[in-house]
Structure formats: structure tokens, C-alpha cells
Design a protein around this ligand. Structure first.
Ligand SMILES: C=CC1=C(C)c2cc3[nH]c(cc4nc(cc5[nH]c(cc1n2)c(C)c5CCC(=O)O)C(CCC(=O)O)=C4C)c(C)c3C=C
Ligand SMILES: [Fe+2]
Length: 483
């Protein structure tokens, strides 16, 4: 019952790192002992693989592709940096089998998405508010999610449209994310990893489903999922990852695809240094750089996310800011700094302090120089271009702040993209199937009946709610905070 694990790595300098990653993972699995896998070398035309014995195969997570012992693989595999992966074969497969599956690496960038025209604004808002990770209703009231999303999106659309109109009639997110995807592909190429890079937006085009469809069409064999949010929140990376998991579980091919998900990456040195570079550069524009308050403004989340649902967002944000400030300190930059949360929506309490309140307070305290640093997102978007550059700037100047600066979003900054490429390369060997084989669930007829009942129930109560709100405008005004 002995099974061989074979793997290949192009660059001898990465051998130790890669094997350590594989073995750490394998060693955690019960009843597997991994013997040493010496590196055998490679040449330009082909890749030689090493082999070793496992005592038990039952839990080997990478056992998808089957090749025989010390094999010659295709050049495209040989080119793959640190990713030629692990193949297994067991007693069911003849040792003379020569089947070699091409390794096709995919990187899936997750982002929020934004309306491209003013006509897209209301349907975009509907998609956003229909997400149970954005409006978290108690289980019993989940059937109201869509009617509520319809109502709130219609009520909020005029204000949102004004915002998008003021930044040119739509969100720049799609264009910037596509540019980041292209830059990441090139950075990976430069590091000898050939990969397809896909963009999956949560609430607008290209939707997550489209990107996943493309990944399947391209027969990707190993996937790294990279949310474009440095810090994890239930409402952002969490929501996108949950959607992905639900799509993958329903599909036989996808449920077996080895996937590595990078949950958050704010602590990466490359990111921290890139942010520090941007801040250092903007500080120099002030006539008295040492007097400038560095004002980190993060997108908020409702307090209940952190306190009740255990969202690590606030902790990660605070940790991120202390890492950036330490980096600046190491460069001799010792400015005062503060963190506040912006963009609250709806009637509930959000993380405090609020950006607008702190700006007013600082102005009243006599602060004259302020550098705003958007910290929860790596592209320009409505909340940097409109909320910070227009609303908050005006408020700050009215409150007595005389010199205002703003750090641009990282966008395609090369040190940042290069660091994302490193994150992908490091994550790749850790890929495992998102759900175990045979977990693809088929609806039983009892479940289908429950779903139909739920739908009828939702339709009925949704219509009643819409009716009440339409004819009792005072009740509707309790949603005013969404507007
Ligand atoms: C880390 C970033 C973000 C968190 C956390 C987040 C939580 C969150 N957002 C809303 C509601 C809205 N967000 C909207 C736009 C928007 N949100 C983010 C990022 C985070 N959201 C971005 C990057 C964008 C802009 C997209 C663009 O088009 O440029 C909007 C729409 C715009 C508006 O009307 O203000 C809403 C609404 C909630 C409720 C929430 C947490 C629960
Ligand atoms: Fe948001």
C-alpha cells in the first residue's frame, strides 16, 4: 500500500522552502509519515522530479494528478516556480502510466465592484444590500433580505448617484482592478510563474460567477484566491470567500480544485513599506512635514460585526497602522497619528471614532496640517475621490485645518504589486480542495419543498412589508439613515 509522493521545483534555492511547506501540511495529517525528498535537479527542456514514500495515502490532499516515478514533465511545468506541486499515485494506478496533466495556475482577485454608469447605481446597491454579510438579519427574518434590499437601494440611489456623478459618472474600480490584474500577471511572469489572473467582483461586473466560469473553462488546476482588501472583514473578503465556497461546493470540478485562500495580507512587509513610501512622499509636500498629523481613515463596519460576530477587522486595522508607524519611525519619521472610521450607512452604531467628528475636533484643537491616508482599500474609489477629497476636505478646512493632503491609493505601485506576486507564490503550495470529494450536495426533495415554502413565505411577507412602508411613510422614515 506504499504510495509515492513526487514533486519538482525549478529553482534549487526554493527547494527548502517549498518542501517545508508541503511537509508541514502533510505532517499535520494523521497516519502519514513523509520521508526525505531529495532534489534531483532540472534542465531547460524538462523537469526531473524526486520521489519519496508515504506510509498511508488516505489523507493525501494533493492526490489529483498521476504520473510515474522519476518523470520527465513538460516544459510549461518546468517553468513553474515553486508550483510544480505534488502528484501522487497509488496501487490502483500502474507505475508505467505516463499520463501527465498540465499544471495551469490561476489567481483570482476578489473585489467589491462598482457601478459603471449612473443607471447601474440602484441595481448595484440592491446587490450590495441583498448580501446577508452586509445587512445581517436574524435567521428568522432572512426572508426579508431581498424586499429590504429593494427598498433601501431605491431610497439610497439618489444620494449615491450624486456621489458617482461627482466623480465622473461611475466607479473607477473595474478599470483599476483590471490594471492591477494585468500588473500582477506581469510581476508573476518576472518571478517565473506563468498564471492566468481573474477578477471577481462581489456586487457588479465582472461578477464572481463569471470569473469562476472562466476558471473552469480554462481548466485551471491550482488556484490562489487573493482578496484586494488588506484587512479581513466579514463584510468584504469574508462575503466574497463565502460566495466562492458556495459556488465551488456545487460543482464537481471546482470542489476538487486545489485552492489556496489568502485571508488578509496587511502585515506583509512589501505592503507596509509601500504604504510608508507613499506617506513619506506626501509628507514632503508640506512646508513643515514634522507638524503634520497622519490621519488614517478606514472604511467602517457596524460595531456588532466586531463585538458579536468576532470580525477581526478592527484588530487588523489597528495592527496594520502600528506596523506602518513603526516602519516610518525606523526612517526617522515620528509624526503624531490617529485612526478614524468613515462611510457609515444605516441606523446602527459603527466603529468609532467617526472620521467627520475627529476632523472637527482636530480643527478645534488647533491642528493646522493634516495628511489623510485611506487605509482599507488599495484602489481609488468613490470613498476616496468623493468622500475624502471633497466632503472631508471641505469639513477639515471649515474646522480650521489650513493645509490638507491625501495619500493616493496604492493602485499599481510596483513594490506593492511585486509583494502581491510574492504572496501568491508563497500561497500556491498550500492549495487544497475547497470541499472534500463527494461533498457535492444534491437537493433532496424535502429540501426543495422547504425552499419553495420559504420562497412563498418571503414573497408574501415581502409584499406586506412593501405595502406597509408605502402607505405609512413615517415608518419608512426610520430607514432615513440609509439615505
Ligand atoms: C474595507 C472596505 C469596505 C468595508 C469594510 C465595507 C463595508 C460596508 N460597506 C457598506 C455599504 C456601502 N459600501 C459602498 C461602497 C463601497 N464600499 C467599499 C469598501 C468597503 N465596504 C468600497 C471600496 C466601495 C466603493 C465602490 C465604488 O463604487 O467605488 C456603498 C455604495 C456607495 C455609497 O452609496 O456610499 C455602500 C452603500 C456597508 C453597509 C458595509 C458593512 C456592513
Ligand atoms: Fe462599503
Amino acid at each position: 500500500m506504499a504510495t509515492k509522493l513526487v514533486y519538482g521545483i525549478q529553482d534549487p534555492t526554493t527547494v527548502e522552502k517549498c518542501s517545508e511547506l508541503y511537509y508541514t501540511r502533510l505532517a499535520r495529517l494523521p497516519k502519514i509519515s513523509v520521508k526525505c525528498c531529495p532534489f534531483e535537479g532540472y534542465n531547460n527542456e524538462s523537469l526531473r522530479v524526486s520521489s519519496c514514500d508515504l506510509t498511508d495515502t488516505r489523507h493525501v490532499p494533493f492526490g489529483r494528478q498521476l504520473i510515474s516515478g522519476s518523470a520527465r514533465s513538460r516544459n510549461s511545468v518546468g517553468k513553474t516556480f515553486c508550483t510544480t506541486g505534488v502528484w501522487t499515485f497509488d496501487q490502483h494506478v500502474s507505475e508505467s502510466s505516463s499520463q501527465v496533466t498540465e499544471n495551469k495556475v490561476g489567481v483570482l482577485l476578489l473585489n467589491l465592484g462598482g457601478p459603471e454608469t449612473l443607471n447601474d447605481v440602484q441595481p448595484f446597491l440592491f446587490n450590495l444590500f441583498a448580501d446577508p454579510d452586509i445587512i445581517r438579519l436574524p435567521r428568522l427574518f432572512r426572508f426579508l433580505q431581498k424586499p429590504l434590499a429593494q427598498l433601501i437601494s431605491v431610497l439610497r440611489a439618489p444620494k449615491s448617484k450624486e456621489g458617482y456623478a461627482s466623480i465622473g459618472g461611475g466607479s473607477p474600480l473595474r478599470k483599476i482592478t483590471d490594471e492591477q490584474a494585468q500588473a500582477l500577471k506581469m510581476a508573476l511572469e518576472a518571478k517565473k510563474l506563468h498564471a492566468n489572473v481573474y477578477v471577481a467582483m462581489r456586487y457588479w461586473y465582472p461578477f464572481t460567477e463569471e470569473a469562476v466560469h472562466q476558471i473552469k473553462n480554462d481548466r485551471i488546476t491550482r488556484l490562489v484566491v487573493l482578496p484586494l482588501y488588506p484587512q479581513y472583514s466579514i463584510s468584504t473578503s469574508g462575503s466574497s470567500i463565502r460566495l466562492l465556497q458556495s459556488i465551488f461546493k456545487e460543482d464537481t470540478y471546482l470542489s476538487r480544485l486545489p485552492v489556496s485562500i489568502i485571508q488578509s495580507w496587511y502585515q506583509r512587509e512589501g505592503y507596509i513599506k509601500s504604504m510608508a513610501n507613499l506617506i513619506e512622499k506626501e509628507l514632503k509636500i508640506f512646508s513643515r512635514p514634522e507638524e503634520v498629523i497622519i490621519f488614517f481613515s478606514a472604511h467602517g463596519v457596524p460595531v456588532t460585526y466586531v463585538e458579536d460576530a468576532g470580525d477581526p477587522y478592527k484588530d487588523e486595522m489597528e495592527d496594520c497602522i502600528s506596523l506602518i508607524m513603526n516602519e516610518l519611525k525606523s526612517r526617522g519619521i515620528d509624526n503624531n497619528h490617529t485612526l478614524a472610521y468613515q462611510s457609515r450607512v444605516g441606523p446602527v452604531q459603527w466603529l468609532k471614532p467617526y472620521t467627520d467628528d475627529v476632523l472637527v475636533e482636530l480643527g478645534q484643537k488647533g491642528v493646522k496640517n493634516l495628511l489623510a491616508v485611506p487605509i482599507s482599500f488599495v484602489s481609488e474609489h468613490i470613498e476616496t475621490l468623493e468622500e475624502i477629497d471633497m466632503e472631508y476636505r471641505e469639513l477639515a478646512l471649515e474646522s480650521g485645518i489650513e493645509n490638507w493632503g491625501r495619500v493616493p491609493a496604492l493602485g499599481c505601485t510596483s513594490s506593492f504589486i511585486s509583494d502581491l506576486a510574492d504572496a501568491v507564490i508563497e500561497a500556491l503550495p498550500l492549495a487544497t480542495a475547497i470541499s472534500p470529494e463527494n461533498s457535492t450536495k444534491k437537493n433532496t426533495s424535502a429540501e426543495s419543498n422547504t425552499n419553495i415554502l420559504r420562497y412563498v413565505f418571503a414573497l408574501f411577507f415581502g409584499s406586506v412589508l412593501a405595502f406597509i412602508l408605502l402607505f405609512f411613510p413615517k415608518l419608512a422614515s426610520s430607514f432615513k439613515n440609509y439615505i
